[in-house]
Write a protein that binds this ligand. Structure first.
Ligand code: NAG
Ligand code: NAG
Ligand code: NAG
Ligand code: NAG
Ligand code: NAG
Ligand code: NAG
Ligand code: NAG
Ligand code: NAG
Length: 445
């Protein structure tokens, strides 16, 4: 989730009679056992829609049973052990072909709920498509309010050291420094493995193509707010810099960053742009920011390794609820706390408007989707855990696959001192020298 103010969402839910009806009936339902699924007849969804909090789930639950929709997602409620205590069920079509879950917000909730789902004996998810559908903050260099972006890359920009802004050396552009390095511009000397995920480009392009003609929702408040990004002291320069910010919302391609810290402001936004570029060796462009996706992706990757899911079947879709930085002339405080950007409800609505043709397209053409879509690109994490060679990450000499090097699986070159690995994996206090020494031990560089 990435929205202006949590209170807003609470008010929104409370003021929506249907939503509060659902909240009440969920509370009521949780007192009763939901359907116990016979392990021999697992729920086998073609699509699982992943939302993070109630306004996002309601944007589907309240719409799918209307004319032209896929039907009621209250046809089958499955209680999944390990789900969030406040979102205990997967809500599915009666035949189980489409399910919707709510993970809870932030990386910890996302990882825990996804792990519970993916490793649950109640489901067979080996052929399932995962549609991550949430709202986000948007970088005005690359998008605008209520845009819907389909991403190829997810980058966890918060895996860094941080200094308080008041204590940052004067000549530095930011207080964030990649782990295992000692300067903001330096490539990370340490990796947790979750820094970068690359998703199927073939699937992303198909989803973008099928959604791109839908007419998106918008508000007059947003139209007024966007126009601010073309005014200010340096009109022509600013207009060029923010020309994506001042247009009407559309369906775009753009990458998503993950950070538990809800950042806001021009310098932090620019520093996240730089980090995204650095971590992906120039492949990804920071367009949307949210708080869960890398965590969700890491769990799907682990389930893939356990042969329980297919990481090539993930679609990452984020719609823009607010700008990540102020327009020229106002402070970052005003942008975050005091501005009325008018995109909260339209961005929620647009998740359904853009996501619905994607879900319906997969159902309609299941014969093709059951076999899978050719990605056409490297798919996986920064370590190459699923095989293949990422175009980002530290790279390795003498092997196509960094994770095999890490595990010492490829013999010879790969047989590394595991003491070196654990030293390298713990970047705290290591500084550049320690990190370089450890990198040499692990990567041979
Ligand atoms: C599923 O849960 C919803 C509310 O959360 C409820 O209205 C519906 O009746 C339940 N469906 C079934 C099949 O029990
Ligand atoms: C879904 O719509 C059908 C009719 O189109 C109706 O019979 C059914 O009660 C609806 N289900 C829910 C849960 O609203
Ligand atoms: C999320 O993915 C991005 C890019 O793929 C990566 O830089 C980041 O470390 C990941 N974060 C987590 C928590 O997995
Ligand atoms: C989108 O619109 C274009 C131009 O009108 C058309 O050629 C294309 O077939 C449409 N695509 C879809 C998926 O409807
Ligand atoms: C956006 O959705 C709201 C609520 O459904 C509706 O009142 C409004 O007319 C829609 N606006 C556009 C531009 O689609
Ligand atoms: C981002 O990188 C550019 C180019 O290296 C640099 O000029 C700028 O100061 C950086 N911005 C921040 C906020 O770190
Ligand atoms: C934001 O609004 C509050 C009142 O709601 C006001 O006290 C505060 O000064 C405003 N801050 C800015 C930066 O405009
Ligand atoms: C990514 O960039 C870093 C720093 O420049 C470099 O060491 C590394 O080899 C690059 N990775 C790949 C896969 O090219």
């Amino acid at each position: 989730m990435h929205l202006i103010n949590i209170l807003l969402s609470t008010l929104w839910v409370a003021s929506t009679s249907l939503a509060s009806h659902i909240a009440r009936s969920s509370a009521h339902l949780s007192q009763h056992a939901q359907r116990t699924v016979d392990p021999n007849s697992k729920v086998t969804p073609k699509v699982v829609i992943i939302t993070m909090f109630p306004p996002e789930s309601d944007s589907w639950l309240l719409e799918t049973n209307k004319t032209g929709g896929i039907g009621s997602l209250f046809g089958l409620n499955v209680t999944v052990p390990g789900f969030s205590p406040i979102f205990p069920h997967a809500h599915c079509l009666a035949d189980g072909s489409v399910c919707l879950i709510t993970t809870g917000e932030g990386e910890i909730n996302a990882a825990s709920t996804m792990t519970a789902l993916l490793f649950s004996p109640l489901f067979d998810l080996r052929k399932t498509y995962f549609l991550i559908a949430g709202i986000a903050g948007v970088n005005p260099h690359h998008g605008t309010l209520s845009d819907v972006a389909f991403a190829k890359f997810a980058v966890q920009v918060s895996l860094q050291y941080e200094f308080d802004a008041r204590e940052v050396p004067g000549h530095w552009s930011t207080g964030y420094v990649p782990l295992g390095s000692n300067h903001p511009d330096q490539y990370p000397g340490a990796s947790y493995g979750t820094e970068v995920f690359e998703l199927s480009g073939g699937l992303r392009d198909w989803a973008w193509g099928i959604a791109k003609n839908v007419s998106l929702n918008d508000s007059s408040t947003s139209a007024v707010y966007r126009a601010n990004y073309q005014t200010g002291p340096q009109t022509s320069m600013v207009a060029a810099k923010y020309r994506q910010a001042i247009r009407k919302p559309s369906i775009i391609k753009g990458d998503v960053v993950t950070s538990d810290v809800y950042f806001s402001g021009t310098l932090l936004g620019e520093s996240v742009e730089n980090t995204t570029k650095l971590f992906t060796n120039g492949s990804a462009v920071y367009t949307m920011t949210a708080q869960e996706d890398n965590a969700t992706l890491e769990t799907i990757l682990r389930a893939h390794l356990a042969k329980l899911a297919d990481f090539r079947r993930v679609i990452l879709m984020r719609s823009a609820a607010d700008f990540d930085r102020p327009y020229p002339g106002i402070s970052c405080l005003e942008n975050l706390f005091n501005s009325t950007q008018g995109a909260f409800q339209p961005s929620l609505r647009n998740l359904y408007l853009a996501g619905s043709p994607v879900v319906q397209g997969i159902l309609k053409d299941w014969k093709r989707f059951e076999l899978g879509i050719e990605p056409g690109n490297y798919v996986g994490d920064i370590w190459g855990s699923l095989g293949g060679r990422p175009e980002f990450g530290p790279g390795v000499k003498g092997s196509d696959n960094p994770v095999q090097m890490r595990r010492g699986l490829d013999g010879g070159e790969g047989e590394r001192d595991l003491e070196g690995v654990s030293g390298w994996l713990n970047p705290v206090g290591k500084g550049k020298v320690g990190a370089m020494r450890a990198r040499r031990a692990v990567w041979g560089v």
